[in-house]
Design a protein around this ligand. Structure first.
Ligand code: ADP
Length: 308
């Protein structure tokens, strides 16, 4: 590999982890895009190749271009970059397809420039890509894609990202029913206020989940994977959600919920073997309903974007 070029793996991510709506995300190991980023003399960013999915290649319409431009604008480098994307994560699946491209682009560019920017600055640049994808500059997919492991967005203003460790034996199962839910619809149906009683239950679970991850207490993780606010409303948009969740828990999952804004459903399990059993249980539900699906079983990715 030449010094002016790098190829990277850009992980898929689960955001909105149960109680952690908009603040908790985790990176996956078994699913991700590949990108090659190359320094060029010409200023600006060009997407020269995009395979795997039908997405715009114009710099301003592709999240990799937009995130990359945010980095370029902040740097004193007076050249540009060429980007090739091998897109393996389907857009709109709920596992951070746009975030993978945004994070991969800024990580690779920072590397080629000799790492002038810190991780939190990279999150900020990548968030500009997210703004293009969903009108809102979320950090809960791009942060784990860049840092690896679990991440907590403790605050957006100022941006404060806290890396959270994951127990070594924690595995994710993600099923993507092949149906379309518009992100705008899944946002629109949410209420804008919650009661004090609901808030108390929710922040108890967020604290419990973080403590469980630090203490490697799988039971506590499982007890805390509960969402009193978003899941009861959004799950109505996902056919078979209740059945998939019930079947996952019966197969031994610690907990399950909506991945991102759906329609993917995730479950976390202790051990690969259980995660595979959960996958079988999830598949059965959609086979009975007659909806096609894609399924992934993955350990937690502790590196984030990495050279390949
Ligand atoms: P999800 O998180 O549900 O997988 P995304 O956040 O990936 O969904 O949003 C996908 C949106 O972003 C689509 O409208 C897609 O056209 C747009 N988009 C632009 N550039 C990219 C890219 N490089 N990768 C993925 N989606 C992109």
């Amino acid at each position: 590999m030449k010094a002016n070029e790098i190829k990277v793996f850009c992980p898929a991510t689960i955001a909105n982890i149960s109680c952690g709506f908009d603040v908790l995300g985790v990176a996956l190991d078994a699913v991700g895009d590949e990108m090659t980023v190359r320094k060029i003399e010409e200023k600006g960013i060009k997407i020269t190749k995009l395979i795997g999915q039908d997405l715009p290649m114009e710099t301003h319409k592709n999240v990799a271009g937009v995130a990359g431009l945010a980095l370029l604008l902040a740097s004193d480098y007076d050249g540009g970059f060429e980007i090739e994307i091998n897109k393996k994560i389907k857009p709109g699946s709920g596992i951070g397809s746009s975030a993978a491209s945004s994070a991969g682009a800024v990580w690779a560019m920072n590397h080629l420039l000799g790492n002038p920017f810190q991780s939190t600055e990279l999150v900020r640049f990548a968030m500009e890509g997210e703004r293009l994808a969903s009108d809102v500059a979320h950090a809960d997919n791009v942060a784990p894609a860049l840092f690896g492991g679990f991440t907590l967005v403790r605050s957006y203003e100022p941006l404060d990202i806290v890396p959270i460790p994951a127990p070594a034996d924690l595995f994710a199962t993600i099923i993507h029913p092949q149906i379309e839910i518009k992100t705008s619809d899944s946002r629109k149906i949410l209420k804008t206020t919650i009661s004090m009683e609901t808030g108390i239950k929710q922040w108890g679970n967020v604290g419990g989940l973080i403590a469980g991850l630090f203490m490697e207490d799988y039971d506590l993780i499982g007890r805390s994977l509960v969402d009193h606010i978003v899941e009861p409303i959004r799950s109505i948009l996902i056919p078979g959600f209740d059945e998939v969740k019930k079947a996952s828990l019966k197969a031994g999952a610690l907990g399950a919920g909506i991945s991102g804004s759906g329609p993917s459903i995730f479950a976390l399990s202790k051990g690969n073997e259980t995660a595979l059993k959960v996958a079988d249980a999830m598949k059965k539900v959609y086979e009975q309903i007659g909806i096609d699906y894609e399924i992934h079983v993955s350990k937690i990715n502790m590196d984030g974007v990495r050279p390949i």
